[in-house]
Design a protein around this ligand. Structure first.
Ligand SMILES: [Fe+2]
Length: 328
């Protein structure tokens, strides 16, 4: 790891202490997910972002080899560390799988990466996964009290290992896990209460589930009225599409309109640390067409501006990382 990166990391770790006093969420503002699939064409480094969400899965060294981070990612991370406040995210940590926690990618790679980059929180999907990584999409948790009890123990232990808040992201799923006997929102509320952990609220996942499970009683209103809104560490915004009579969380469109309405609602009732926009393709679908790269970039920038406006409307001007810096 280069000297510049080490200096930044040491600076960020300087005042970090273990214990409840660090379990709070800094209010950063609006940012992007730093998705490796966008890095070749989206000008991340030219943006003024309040936060950049880094994906540990895409930068970690393999479990069966030495090292913490892929050598090919070192220079890139040097640049983003110097440019943006970072927050941590993963999809394949194995947080909620059945492997021994100490053997998971979360403990063996994500925890040291989170400490190295000094992220203020880490989030992960509410999926089952193991070290094969092959079955994570889409393997929603079984919503039962027995799983609340089992997973709360893992979640608390993992959060202790991170030393910063661990937030569980509500998943988009196609079928409810067999054996579930309570609504997702009740499950999540009980989980964070028992574990002392946090939530990562993906508003597009909520929307997708309402499309796919609305007839079965899935209710966004009930979801938001049930989860502890004061435990929301971060919000995800994204888009998706209908394919073969199923609504998919593809992240291949601009943020869809109903999700903007949800953002205004949640920001009026909660105060998360960041709103992060997610995209996963170089050619966004929009109005039944496919955008070229320049227009995809424009669409992302327009979404960013709209999200900033929503944040500023909720919390007032000068309340984001970048606008605070400008004011200072
Ligand atoms: Fe998400």
């Amino acid at each position: 790891m280069r000297r510049e990166l080490i200096c930044v990391v040491q600076h960020r770790l300087h005042d970090k202490r273990m214990g409840d006093e660090v379990m709070n969420i800094p209010r950063l503002g609006v940012g992007l997910q730093f998705n490796p699939s966008l890095m070749d064409w989206f000008p991340f480094l030219d943006q003024s972002l309040d936060a950049l969400e880094i994906l540990f899965d895409g930068m970690m060294a393999p479990l069966d080899g030495p090292g913490l981070m892929l050598p090919t990612m070192v220079q890139t991370m040097d640049e983003v560390v110097a440019r943006f406040p970072l927050v941590g995210h993963s999809n394949y940590g194995g947080d909620f799988g059945f492997d021994e926690l100490a053997s998971t990618p979360a403990v063996r790679r994500h925890v040291p990466l989170a400490r190295a980059f000094g992220v203020p929180w880490v989030s992960n999907h509410c999926f089952y996964s193991d070290d094969s990584w092959c079955d994570v999409w889409s393997s929603p948790l079984q919503f039962t009290q027995a799983e609340v009890d089992r997973l709360a123990v893992r979640a608390r232990a993992l959060q202790d290992a991170y030393g910063v808040p661990l937030a569980h992201e509500n998943a988009a799923y196609y079928r409810t896990c067999p054996g579930s006997d309570m609504p997702e929102e009740d499950f999540l509320a009980r989980l964070v209460e028992q574990a002392g952990t946090w939530l990562h609220l993906d508003l597009h996942n909520l929307y997708a589930n309402a499309q796919n499970h609305g007839a079965a009683g899935y209710s966004i209103t009930r979801f938001l009225d049930t989860i502890p809104l004061d435990r929301i560490a971060c919000i995800h915004m994204a888009g998706g599409r209908w394919l073969d009579n199923q609504y998919h969380d593809l992240h291949d469109t601009p943020v869809v309109e109903p999700v903007w309405d949800l953002l205004d609602d949640v920001l009026s009732r909660a105060h998360p640390g960041a709103v992060i926009l997610e995209y996963e393709t170089e050619s966004l679908h929009h109005h039944d067409g496919v955008l070229d790269i320049p227009r995809s970039i424009d669409a992302i920038l327009a979404d960013l501006e709209r999200a900033r406006s929503a944040w500023d409307k909720a919390y007032g001007p000068g309340n984001r990382q970048t606008t605070r810096a400008e004011a200072a």
